[in-house]
Design a protein around this ligand. Structure first.
Ligand code: PGD
Length: 780
């Protein structure tokens, strides 16, 4: 392609790009006050050797035919033509659906893929399966907020109202006196928003609030969770113990008569039941500061002082996503709300509860008057689901019963899984177990941009274009800029976009019209744009037509001032604007949750000791948090991500005192182990990490020395080798990947070279090399 500058967008920012013969020159959108360094990850990736250039078939699957296979993850691949790939994929889908119906096809396809709203990979998979075979087994909720999204509707309202439409940053900057954040407000997290984020404003708002005198208090095992601009205080807590701390704060507020009893009586139900628990009326255990200090490692006097800091102030309480990605993760989400209520704050300007403030660039923002429409997914003809993080349980235990949100459901028997735009070997826990789970399938089909570990477990790998290689529209409901994502580069090798792949497969399956409705990609984008345009017109707002928008590259959309509306209206008039809970009020005691009879999530919030506790053998907590150098595992081979590694390995951090005791020095390669496996990483020492804690971000591509080992060693640094694969509770069954317990030692000897960005062994000669194109058949 000739060098022309094109407008584009990503989950981490809008930009323009100049393609200089495969090397990209990126210029952040001029209206972005604080562009993300993640944009640099685009610069070197277009023609990276780890990209997928042609369709691939796994040798064992081709030679032996579909069926459970323990070689997945360790097999080699054979490059095939698109004609062959299409005929294999279409025939296999037909075979499985014919044999067992859509109930045997898992189409959850969880993942973030890229910012464009039309080429949204998950929607493409769902639409394809709905229109071709009538449905699929789906997954619900997300790895981000599995526990919160299930519990919040029972106790206050829909998560989007509490997080996306929660108290705005603007209000916080202008009104809050104390910003109490459990899990911090790290800017590495708010630099990202699904669908795009043209203006990164969090740093500016934090600065504004701090300059006005707002006091930021971050409760976290990591000081880095609070930006320097906040000039705040750090309370270094033991991971996973925030519920005990909040219970003690509530006990102090009550005991000192600082709790807002009028608010609790008028706007809440269940405070007396919780007070009985705080006082230990049933079990004799007073939940006071001394009790909590033992659990959370913060001195009792500091807990008392924290209660004093909150008393009589305009306080906003926020609980980060991270806290609920742990066993019993529902409890801190619930207790953060109760603390805000006990302080009488919900619904006041800059006060109350804001779930996951700063966890994504969507939160605490205004909403567009009209959102850019999503690609319609069609109708799923079957009603079979799993909570998203229960995939290994489903594949390993078909027919077994499980609890979810008050229901008892049964795991289906899955033969085929179809994945586009996600990387389960990044996002799931206990990767050795996940490998075994994928080994049970007849067939795994994956569309990928590059050879991720998920692609290396697939039977058919279909090379997808990356966002820069196609046109789309980028837009999030909280971003006032709609971006024309213009094509920056020609597709790599023979890569095709997911829509083209599914269109051709639909043609072969006889469902082309239902899938495409006769539109090509550009026509779909214009069609979706027109729907938005018409809705705006109904509100008397006119915007240019699609062609003009496309030429301009960017469109500013009108927004509404709806932040914090749910609790603001409720506070003003609880009769007229009841909350969407059974009582219409904030539920400190929930009769519904009590009736579900889950011992791990009873009728009021409680402290429950987690299964995983440091001990002599595994004395450290491991925090597997979000990375600062990439989004999840995306573009881990990109320039910025690679620049933050050492010797090609991911960097973990620990306190210098712990390191000294373990005989570890700055820059050493360390091995982090527990019963599930071992991870190698480079270590950096920092006093900003609590003692007893090791921090290793997620997202380094899984790179096992022996992929088939029972307890694998990842030489690159993927913490999900070590995390435990259990649900948060019988209520929501959310992801618990944030915390586990480990041992850490200096690695002795020559550490193995990292191979994550080298493609697997590929042969260009299918066994039936003489067969005409398309004749290749599995097990033939
Ligand atoms: P990504 O790395 O974003 O991770 O899990 P998710 O699966 O979303 O994967 C997206 C993939 O899509 C990438 O491999 C990319 O190459 C590919 N891709 C991009 N564009 C396209 C496209 O157009 N078409 C196709 N076919 N592919 C494309 C994220 C998940 O991980 C999340 S949201 C969270 S919050 C979790 N967090 C944690 C955690 O805190 N701790 C642990 N231990 N584990 C976690 N896992 C979770």
């Amino acid at each position: 392609m000739t060098a022309t500058r094109a407008m584009h967008s990503s989950h981490w920012g809008a930009f323009s790009a100049l393609n200089d013969n495969g090397t990209l020159h990126i210029t952040p959108f001029s209206g972005d006050p604080d562009p993300s360094p993640l944009l640099q990850n685009f610069e070197n990736v277009l023609r990276h050797p780890v990209r997928l250039a042609t369709p691939m078939v796994r040798r064992g699957w081709l030679e032996d035919g579909p069926g459970p296979d323990d070689r997945r993850g360790a097999d080699d691949y054979i490059a095939i033509s698109w004609e062959q790939a299409y005929s294999l994929a279409a025939a296999e889908l037909k075979r499985v659906a014919g044999l067992a119906g859509p109930e045997a096809v898992f189409g959850g396809s969880y993942g973030w893929s890229s910012a464009g709203r039309f080429h949204h990979a998950q929607s493409q998979v769902h639409r394809f399966l709905n229109t071709s075979i009538g449905g699929y087994v789906r997954s619900v909720n997300s790895y981000s907020s599995g526990a919160a999204s299930v519990i919040l509707p029972h106790i206050v309202g829909d998560m989007n109202e509490i997080a996306r439409r929660g108290v705005s940053w603007q209000e916080i900057a202008e009104h809050s006196e104390v910003v109490l954040s459990f899990g911090g407000l790290a800017l590495k997290n708010s630099q990202v928003a699904s669908g795009g984020l043209s203006e990164h404003t969090e740093r500016g708002f934090i600065q504004q609030a701090a300059r006005r005198g707002a006091r930021f208090i971050s409760v976290s095992p990591l000081a880095s969770d609070l930006p320097d601009e906040a000039q705040g205080e750090w309370l270094a807590i033991h991971p996973g113990t925030d519920s005990a701390l909040i219970l003690a704060l509530l006990q102090i507020l009550k005991q000192r008569q600082w709790s807002d009893e009028a608010f609790l009586a008028d706007y809440c139900v269940g405070w007396p039941q919780l007070v009985a628990y705080l006082n230990g009326e049933q079990d004799g255990q007073l939940r006071d500061a001394a009790w909590a200090a033992e659990i959370c490692g913060i001195p009792a006097a500091r807990i008392e002082a924290l209660a004093e800091q909150l008393h009589g102030k305009r306080v906003i309480v926020s609980v980060a996503h991270a806290l609920q990605r742990a066993q019993h993760g529902e409890q801190p989400v619930w207790l953060g709300l109760v603390l805000a209520a006990a302080l009488g704050q919900p619904g006041l300007p800059g006060g109350g509860y804001s779930y996951a403030l700063g966890a994504l660039g969507h939160y605490g923002k205004q909403h567009n008057r009209v959102a850019f429409p999503a690609l319609p997914q069609g109708k799923n003809g079957i009603d079979r689901l799993i909570p998203v993080a229960r995939i290994s349980d489903m594949l390993l235990h078909p027919g077994e019963k499980f609890r979810y949100n008050g229901r008892t459901l049964t795991y289906p028997t899955i033969k085929l899984a179809w994945w586009a735009g996600g990387n389960p070997f990044h996002h799931h826990q206990d990767l050795a177990r996940l490998r075994k789970a994928f080994a049970t399938l007849d067939t795994l089909i994956v569309h990928e941009v590059a050879w991720t570990s998920t692609a290396r477990h697939a039977d058919l790998v279909l090379p997808a274009t990356m966002t820069l290689e196609r046109e789309d529209v980028g837009g999030a409901p909280t971003d006032r800029h709609l971006i024309a994502m213009q094509q920056v580069a020609a597709p790599y090798g023979e890569a095709k976009d997911d829509y083209s792949i599914f269109s051709e497969l639909s043609r072969r399956l006889g469902s082309e019209q239902a899938f495409t409705e006769g539109r090509n990609a550009r026509e779909w984008q214009a069609h979706l744009y027109q729907q938005m345009q018409e809705k705006l017109q109904q509100q008397g707002i006119s915007v240019p037509d699609f062609a003009t928008f496309w030429q301009q590259g960017i469109l500013e959309l009108p927004q509404s001032d709806d932040a914090g509306r749910l609790l603001r209206h409720f506070r003003r008039d609880p009769q007229q604007h009841p909350l969407p809970t059974p009582s219409g009020k904030i539920e400190i005691y929930s009769a519904t949750l009590a009736s579900f009879d889950n011992a791990d999530c009873p009728g009021h919030p409680v402290w429950l000791t987690p299964l995983q506790q440091p001990d002599e053998q595994y004395p450290f907590y491991l925090i597997a948090n979000q990375p600062a150098s990439r989004l999840h595992s995306q573009l881990d081979f990109g320039r910025f991500s690679v620049s933050q590694k050492r010797g090609g390995r991911e960097v973990c951090s620990m306190h210098p005192r712990d390191a000294q005791q373990q005989g570890i020095a700055e820059g050493d390669v360390v091995e982090i182990t527990n019963p599930r496996g071992t991870v190698l990483a480079s270590v950096t020492l920092s006093e900003k990490v609590r003692t007893g804690v090791v921090q290793l971000p997620t997202g380094a591509w899984y790179d096992p020395v022996d992929p088939l080992a029972e307890q694998p060693t990842c030489r690159h640094g993927n913490p999900n080798v070590l995390t435990l694969d259990i649900g948060t509770s019988g209520l929501s069954q959310g992801c618990t990947g944030q915390i586990t317990v480990v041992q850490i030692r200096r690695f002795t000897g020559e550490p193995p070279a990292v191979r994550a960005f080298e493609p697997p062994v590929i042969s260009r000669n299918p066994p039936q090399a003489s067969a005409a194109a398309g004749d290749v058949a599995p097990g033939a």
